[in-house]
Design a protein around this ligand. Sequence first.
Ligand code: ADP
Length: 421
Amino acid sequence: MPVLLGCIADDFTGATDLCNMLVRHGMRVVQLLDVPDEQEPVPEVDAVTIALKIRTCPVAEAKRQALAALAWLRRAGARQLFFKYCSTFDSTDEGNIGPVADALLDALGADLTIACPAFPETGRTVYKGHLFVGDLLLSDTHMRHHPLTPMTDSNLLRVLGRQTPHRVGLVEYAVVRQGEGAVRARLAALREEGVRHAITDILHDGHLMTVGHACAELPLVTGGSGIAMGLPDNFRRAGLLEENPEAAQLPSIAGKEAVLAGSCSAATLEQIRVFAAERPALALDPLDLARGFDPETVLAWAMPHFENGPVLIYASAPPEKVEAAQRALGRERAGAVVEQAMAAVARALVANGVRRLVVAGGETSAAVCRALGITALRIGPQIDPGVPATVSLGDPPLALALKSGNFGGPDFFLKALRVMP
Ligand code: ADP
């Protein structure tokens, strides 16, 4: 069976969030960590998401990678393409949302797509083309001061208008409220007017379903993970996707269990505190690591504990300690020694029978996956919002929970190990 929905995500955790949404709505999903080689076999699933890292890279590079992903997904049979970006529309006047969407439209020979970052479940709504986060306009939130993509304008027609030479239009609330037929008619009218990107007003999940259904025939849909909610239905209606209550089911993986934490976010620090109150935990200090590190020492500490359950190895530290490490080593080097140590520990653990791993931190997760040669993840049930349990394809298969620093409740680590079959 060919893939139905082919997705391109502009960053790793965004890709996971999207996969989580599609699984919750009945699709079997694999997430690829990069564009695979041409001869790589296509996984037997309904949707494939290729996670890129193109949110803030130069425009030409973003387009190149997105087009390479598109080519692979089309070869895999994808009938519809989805370009996933952040629900806060993270971008600059240069891009990369507009240029990537335009490049994908051109390659697909398509003339219209929607731009729908809205995700009411997380407070992101769009009204009269303006993006809100909770009660505030986007430009009145912390996103105004984002170091890479400061969002100082909440009017998405203007924001996207600066990123594309083509016309940007609006499917307004009054139309969305009337239902799928009205949205289809409005999209057709906008197409007639020469509009290439249609912003969609969205106030609640019902609107996401309406707009999602109205996009059934669009070759390309763009937006946050919210709008992906309505897309699986389109394939069911077309008789291409069967009801599958087991879409989230993963194979059971038995083996030793460990948690690796490299995120210094507040949520992760709290998760470490909660876990360490019950189970053995070993802290790694970047200053020690920089003087030389042998992962066998960590292994020697961990092995006797495994028969009683999972262990935690962490470098995470509160801000003052991170700053001290960065002053001593430089910001880059401090991050790099920790990532290298985590990667080496992960390799040593897996070589000695660990098969169930929780990793905290976006960059830390990327480093661990690279070290373990993991290129594809089957997506399973949700652990906490935005974070699913996964199993890696490849040998040996590993049960993995990879989370960006700020995600998950205080008991995330043990909860993740419970949810992973
Ligand atoms: P998050 O998802 O919270 O951003 P990441 O893993 O992406 O987490 O980033 C955290 C970064 O901080 C990593 O590069 C990691 O190596 C680094 N780091 C972890 N612990 C320390 C520490 N004690 N001192 C300095 N840097 C650290």
